[in-house]
Design a protein around this ligand. Structure first.
Ligand SMILES: [Zn+2]
Length: 443
């Protein structure tokens, strides 16, 4: 395989938008038929709603079909153990399952047939290729392998021809030793861990740019990766290019990922049908507007997901990308619907705060949001950030600057507290940065 070609699957990746729509419609019609005929759940659900796959004549017709969410999936799994009646193949055809832990402690399993798994890996290879990974790379996969959907993504890099180091989640000193010993050129981790690892190594005297050979960092699992300021900080620290990926345990590893242009994440449009909907009205939002991401699988035969409400707030564009790929791009994951704070009627996401904290180089980029309700029952937001300097002389000016920037971007006023460096807890894998002290959160 030559290493200089630009695309993994050129004809598919560069087809016109009309061709994308025709392909998706064909896949959708077949997939809905499969779900209706093979899954007891979908048969019942479609019949009860009065919809039938044969009614689907355009992509918009998906909107006649009912939503599903995590709760439905979990309930069906409990009712029909172990995988639930959304499953649409006999168990003998299932060869792999991933499972998400979830906050309730009941993991939901995502089954794959051999064909599902191979199609997924081909997509991972295509996605890695678009981010510049090549067969001469040494790729260190430091994601969790235990039932986690991110684990097998390494096989996509292997399919592409890269030398793959299956590191998993090992302690940071061990990981740095592995990266150094094998002179890895690429790594995949979460954005907060990429930062933590870089900071830790630097403190221990490692010169990330001279002692190591990392050129590409793939990140996923947190909104941080889609915030340019966060990526730029990690890039500055490592002297490497950062690519954001988006995956879901209930579908597959990378549903979308960045090409080398790094302006938005290209969707795997031949695998998933994307809707971005106003969470209240359920009407599609326009390009560039924020809405809830709702996904429908187009190929995954073991367990089709039809109109799965992800709870993730995203925005998208169909504008052509300079890389030549024509698939729709997700412009950003702004956070979870559950993470959205409503302060005095205004929506604000932790990612808005993160972008500001990372842009100001007098700040370390760490932050915490504290929401309280005062005596007059009004919401009060306090944002804690850290200065880089140990000298508190400029604190008032830093706080004023942050506060003005926040007001400009979000319309929300907040009390800003400047803390000395290394005060806030360092996040390792999944960062938790909101403390909501209000009694009734979403009532
Ligand atoms: Zn692109």
């Amino acid at each position: 395989m030559t290493t200089d070609r630009q695309y993994w699957a050129e004809k598919l990746e560069t087809q016109s938008r009309a061709e994308w729509r025709a392909l998706k419609l064909d896949l959708l019609q077949k997939h809905l038929q499969h779900a209706y005929q093979q899954s007891p759940f979908y048969k019942r659900s479609f019949d009860e709603t009065g919809v039938h796959p044969a009614q689907v004549k355009t992509l918009d017709d998906i909107r006649r079909f009912p939503f599903i969410d995590k709760k439905i999936m979990r309930d069906r799994q409990i009712a029909v153990p172990p995988f639930g009646d959304l499953v649409a193949v006999p168990e003998r055809d299932i060869v792999y399952i991933s499972a998400s832990s979830g906050s309730t402690g009941v993991p939901t399993a995502s089954p794959f047939t051999t064909q599902d798994f191979d199609a997924w890996m081909d997509y991972e290879a295509r996605q890695f290729w678009s981010s510049g990974l090549r067969p001469n790379d040494r790729y260190c996969h430091s994601l969790n392998f235990s039932l986690f959907i991110g684990g097998p993504c390494v096989l996509g890099a292997q399919k592409l021809g890269a030398l793959c180091i299956h590191a998993g989640t090992v302690p940071s000193d061990r990981l740095l030793t592995i990266i150094r010993q094998f002179q890895a050129t690429a790594i995949w981790t979460t954005p907060s861990y990429a930062w933590y690892l870089g900071e830790t190594a630097t403190k221990e005297g490692v010169d990330l740019k001279k002692d190591l050979n990392i050129k590409r960092i793939f990140v996923a699992g947190e909104p941080g990766g889609s915030i340019p300021e966060t990526r730029q900080r990690i890039e500055g620290l490592w002297g490497a290019s950062v690519y954001d990926y988006y995956g879901l345990s209930d579908i597959f590893g990378s549903c979308a990922g960045m090409c080398e242009e790094k302006h938005g994440l290209h969707w795997a449009e031949d695998h998933i049908l994307v809707e971005v909907l106003n969470p209240e009205t359920q009407e599609p939002v326009r390009e560039g507007e924020r809405g809830e991401l709702v996904l429908t699988t187009l190929k995954k035969s073991a367990r089709p997901l039809i109109r799965f409400r992800t709870g993730d707030i995203v925005s998208f564009t169909e504008a052509p990308c300079a890389c030549g790929r024509t698939s729709q791009r997700m412009l950003g994951t702004h956070g979870r619907l559950d993470d959205m704070l409503i302060i005095k009627g205004v929506n604000i996401f932790p990612s808005d705060v993160e972008a500001i904290a990372r842009k100001d180089h007098a700040l370390t980029g760490e932050y915490r949001l504290i929401v309280e309700r005062d005596e007059s029952h009004l919401d009060r937001l306090t944002i804690e950030v850290e200065r880089v300097s140990t000298d508190p002389a400029a604190d008032a000016e830093l706080a004023r600057r942050f506060s003005a920037h926040l007001k400009g971007v979000t319309g929300v006023s907040a009390k800003v507290t400047i803390l000395p460096p290394d005060t806030l807890p360092r996040a390792t894998h999944k960062a938790k940065r909101i403390e909501d002290r209000r009694q009734h959160l979403w009532s």
